[in-house]
Design a protein around this ligand. Structure first.
Ligand code: NAD
Ligand code: UD1
Length: 332
């Protein structure tokens, strides 16, 4: 069984390639390296002792996609390729609408030409906007608070319409919560360019003395200690969720939507303290005002993924913090 992984050199895509190869799937990656490096392919091969076919192409380029489908018998596609920086999407929304929407439309059109109608898509808990209640079920109200989130919601709608128009498609929409951590080898992980926006990459850069101190955005939320609560999921667990999604569309037909999270919420201070403890390192921080657009609590109800995919996370916060730091110090 051969899986085309778009954005396979990126953070979640690379970990998913490893889990697919470990289960003897053939993997073909297409990535334009706009937010990743070619060397990730070698790292994936080093971890798995398997070969990967790599195409450095843009998913918005239909002729490049046709070449990939001509040269390989692709059974399924996992579509990670896209831009993901919330702040940048507010400043430059057209860049986000163009890349995220056009890549998905081009991909689906070419898949149809080659009669490959099995697709797993990277959506996000961002489609729940400001959640009305937690834990969040898949049936919760959908809304968005920024252009990045809107691209995810639009793509979910586009894929739902595609499925309604042609029931031969099998589509899984995966709504990820907050992926952190890295492969235990320390060979692949999250390596954002510039100053990170997200909590764990920021903590890591303070721990490695690349940044001075962490700003904790608000301690006056209605949460256990006043700081924001999120559902952090180890990226290897998340990657395994994609294998489960592939297995799902191998045996059942239809369009499916699942949350991928642990169902547990941790506060910023809990993450910070766990990180310092397991890694025996100090992380300087100060409390500052709330970040605009942030919500107090966001965590998944993971029951549907357990029932429908047999998906259950196995890695705890300690492992997430240890693996994130291990990757950072090995790649400093
Ligand atoms: P990433 O930036 O590390 O990976 C995305 C990859 O896609 C990169 O390697 C990039 O070079 C590639 N890419 C981008 N546009 C492309 C194009 N037009 N053609 C070919 N390649 C292209 O991001 P990630 O964290 O691995 O996220 C993967 C997917 O999951 C994204 O769609 C993202 O929106 C979604 N997601 C991520 C998170 C998160 O917190 N990381 C949360 C929810 C959803
Ligand atoms: C952010 C995005 C969300 C996206 C997700 C994954 C915003 C408003 N939301 O979610 O759309 O899907 O990333 O890419 O950008 N925090 C600090 N200091 C920091 C960074 C974060 O205190 O320097 C806090 C935040 O206030 C929050 C928690 O840490 O309470 C997690 O933040 P982050 O990692 O940015 O993820 P989200 O806000 O959940």
């Amino acid at each position: 069984m051969s899986v085309l992984v778009t954005g396979g050199c990126g953070y979640i895509g690379s970990h998913t390639c490893v889990e697919l190869l470990n289960r003897n799937y053939d993997v073909v990656i297409v990535d334009n390296l706009s937010n990743s490096k070619r060397s990730v392919v070698d790292k994936i091969e080093e971890i798995t002792h398997k070969n990967v076919k790599f195409y450095e192409d843009d998913v918005c380029d239909k002729d490049a996609l046709r070449k990939i489908f001509n040269e390989n018998k692709i059974d399924m596609v996992i579509h990670f390729a896209g831009f993901k920086a919330v702040g940048e999407s507010v400043l430059n929304p057209m860049k986000y609408y163009r890349n995220n929407l056009v890549s998905t439309i081009c991909l689906c059109e070419v898949m149809k030409e080659y009669n490959c109608k099995n697709l797993v898509f990277s959506s996000s808990a961002t489609v729940y906007g400001t959640p009305r209640r937690v834990p969040i079920k898949e049936t919760a109200h959908l809304s968005t608070t920024n252009p990045y989130g809107t691209t995810k919601l639009f793509i979910e709608r586009i894929l739902t319409d595609l499925y309604k128009s042609d029931n031969e498609w099998n589509i899984v929409l995966l709504r990820y919560f907050n992926p952190i951590g890295a492969h235990e080898s320390g060979l692949i992980g999250e390596d954002p360019n510039g100053i990170p926006n997200n909590l764990m990459p920021y903590i890591v850069k303070v721990a490695t003395h690349e940044l001075n101190e962490l700003s904790v955005f608000g301690n006056d939320y209605n949460t256990k200690d006043g700081t924001g609560v999120r559902d952090y999921i180890h990226v290897v667990d998340l990657a395994i969720g994609h294998v489960k999604a592939i297995e799902k569309i191998n045996k059942s037909k239809g369009l499916f939507i699942y949350n991928l999270g642990t169902g547990k919420g941790y506060s910023v201070l809990e993450v910070l303290n766990t990180f310092m403890k397991v890694n025996n390192v100090d992380v300087k921080y100060k409390i500052v005002g709330r970040r605009s657009g942030d919500v107090a609590s966001c965590y998944a109800n993971p029951e549907k993924a357990l029932k429908g995919l047999g998906f259950k996370t196995t890695k705890n916060l300690e492992e997430m913090c240890r693996d994130a730091y291990n990757f950072a110090i090995k790649n400093k």
